[in-house]
Design a protein around this ligand. Structure first.
Ligand code: ATP
Ligand code: MG
Length: 538
């Protein structure tokens, strides 16, 4: 049996009212709570006081007829179903009654219990279906509007703000928060999230989090938190509604719990209706779609940006190779053909000079290729990084020795203070860093210039300062001098490609350290490198 419906009989004839009541109470399929009114005035007043589901209306009332009653009723109750009853069985009245908004028409003199029961039941059913349809249409309209507004932006922050403002407006609630898991855990990907309740999902998430990386963080909210602590989900909240946001269920990829949509009501307890919950679930689906699109777009943009950078680097490499290779290659070619054509006539000292030139130029070209490959590996984040325990003073002693042997025009001094124990670094990269810095100090200083190297070992890091008395770097060029292919405007004819410092910086960053530059044009340059003793990546 269906739940009880409230039916109002408006008829001035007591016997008729009694008959209808008897007929209807006999109905096995439907139960009624029956109200009666013996006049139009009382009927209309009852309609205002009680929520009726259907009215049985006598056409011939003393003070107004059924059509006039309907007119009056429709001013306030637009959809309340009415079945008109009349003693005349007049077709014209029936048509008029239906036009005025009655749902059915029955002739009083032929009325039987089963006819009345069926008529009331079908009117009620139709009215129920119409109400449902209206609600569904309204819900679809609201969701479509929200979805459209959410999807109008591809910017994640904008999407979240729009969504919470729409939800607050839609549900008329005090606060809406979107929380996001701080990171998704791979071990959660095989779970069928849709089969779990919100509570189960949360428990599952916590159980699977070996550390607190997967905490929920409120990332977007609107409304007052009524003095409650800094946006965290508080247990003292009267009524809140939590809907999970799960991304990835719309395409082939596995659903991933992204976060939660939380709607709060503090001031009074609130019973959430099923439609409100369903509506919020649909909004959450739309939100998840928009989030996924926005994240995809931002990933694509990052990839495009990377691609652009790589392309620019490739073009630079091609330009540098063609430019920087031309001169040494021409020199090698000239030296080689001279040796081939006139080698036998040349004195051996001259032969040696040509061979030395070929060797030097080839070394230069080979270093250039090496540098460019190293740089491109850094750009693609494919650089090798194998830190090992390193004796820094020993490392510098042999580096300086190498330089002293090659350049006896400079006075290189090496000092050290502090403790270097526990220092770890990638040997190859460390060699690149200080080879470049020392070669710069030598290259950009006049012959006879002093170069001071100062090693300082501290508790958690080491510092290396390299000071020269060379040409310096113009002040306005210092901030960009670490970019690849950048060279100072004061270098004159000193050879170089502008790759050294960018390799230095990338290698230091890989160690988690930093490089600082102090320089004065014409006075000298001081480069300070600090490297942590204990590497974070390990
Ligand atoms: P290479 O790639 O062969 O090292 P390079 O020395 O020109 O070429 P970087 O080492 O990257 O390239 O240095 C970039 C620029 O910074 C140099 O061209 C120079 O103008 C300036 N520079 C670097 N170190 C010094 C220094 N110690 N004194 C003066 N200028 C310097
Ligand atoms: Mg250099």
């Amino acid at each position: 049996m269906n739940y009880s419906q409230t039916l109002l009989i408006v008829d001035d004839c007591t016997e008729d009212r009694e008959t209808y009541r008897r007929y209807l109470l006999k109905d096995q399929q439907q139960s009624y709570c029956i109200l009666e009114a013996d006049s139009a005035e009382e009927g209309l007043s009852l309609c205002h006081k009680v929520a009726c589901d259907v009215i049985l209306l006598d056409f011939q009332l003393p003070e107004m007829n059924g059509l006039e009653f309907l007119d009056e009723l429709r001013k306030t109750h637009h959809t309340l179903p009415v079945i008109m009853l009349t003693a005349f069985g007049d077709e014209a009245i029936a048509v008029q009654a239906m036009k005025t908004g009655a749902q059915d028409y029955l002739a009083k003199n032929h009325l039987k219990s089963d006819i009345l029961q069926l008529a009331v039941r079908s009117v009620l059913e139709r009215s129920h279906l119409q109400t449902q349809l209206k609600k569904t249409q309204e819900r679809q309209r609201v969701i479509a509007t929200i979805a459209l507004r959410i999807r109008q932006s591809l910017d994640l922050e904008q999407i979240l703000i729009t969504a919470i403002l729409e939800i607050q407006h839609l549900l008329n609630c005090e606060r809406v928060v979107i929380c996001r898991y701080e990171s998704a855990a791979n071990n959660l990907l095989n779970i069928d999230w849709h089969s779990l309740s919100v509570k189960e999902q949360k428990v599952c998430y916590q159980l699977n989090s070996e550390d607190n990386r997967h905490r929920l963080a409120a990332i977007c909210e609107v409304g007052s938190n009524n003095g409650r602590s800094n946006g965290q989900i508080s247990k003292s909240i009267n009524t809140n509604l939590e809907i999970p946001i799960i991304v990835g269920s719309f395409n082939q990829s596995k659903p991933i719990p992204w976060g939660f949509l939380v709607v709060y009501q503090y001031s009074k307890s609130r019973q959430w209706h099923l439609e409100e919950i369903e509506m919020l679930q649909e909004v959450s689906v739309q939100l998840a779609l928009a989030i996924q699109q926005a994240e995809l777009l931002s990933k694509t943009q990052v990839a495009l940006e990377e691609e652009k950078k790589l392309n620019a680097l490739k073009s630079q490499i091609i330009a540098t190779v063609s430019h920087e290779y031309r001169t040494p290659l021409a020199a090698i070619l000239a030296a080689a053909s001279t040796l081939k054509l006139h080698g036998e006539q040349l004195e051996s000292i001259k032969q040696q000079r040509f061979l030395q030139l070929i060797e030097n130029k080839s070394r230069y070209m080979s270093r250039l290729v090496d540098d460019m490959l190293t740089l491109s590996r850094f750009e693609q984040q494919k650089a090798d990084f194998n830190p090992i325990p390193l004796d820094l003073p020993q490392f510098f002693a042999s580096l300086v020795e190498e330089y002293r042997q090659n350049t006896n025009q400079h006075q290189i001094s090496l000092k050290q203070t502090g403790n270097f124990e526990g220092f770890r670094a990638d040997h190859k990269l460390l060699k690149k860093i200080f080879d470049n810095l020392l070669s710069n100090a030598v290259k950009y200083s006049p012959d006879g210039g002093k170069i001071d190297i100062n090693l300082i070992g501290q508790a958690s890091q080491i510092l290396v300062q390299i000071q020269d008395e060379g040409i310096g770097i113009p002040e306005d060029e210092q901030s960009s001098i670490f970019q690849s292919f950048r060279r100072g405007s004061n270098i004159d004819t000193i050879p170089g490609t502008g790759l050294g410092l960018s390799i230095v910086q990338a290698s230091i960053e890989l160690h988690g350290g930093e490089v600082l530059l102090k320089s004065q044009s014409g006075k000298g340059t001081q480069v300070t490198v600090n490297l942590p003793k204990h590497l974070r990546q390990e």
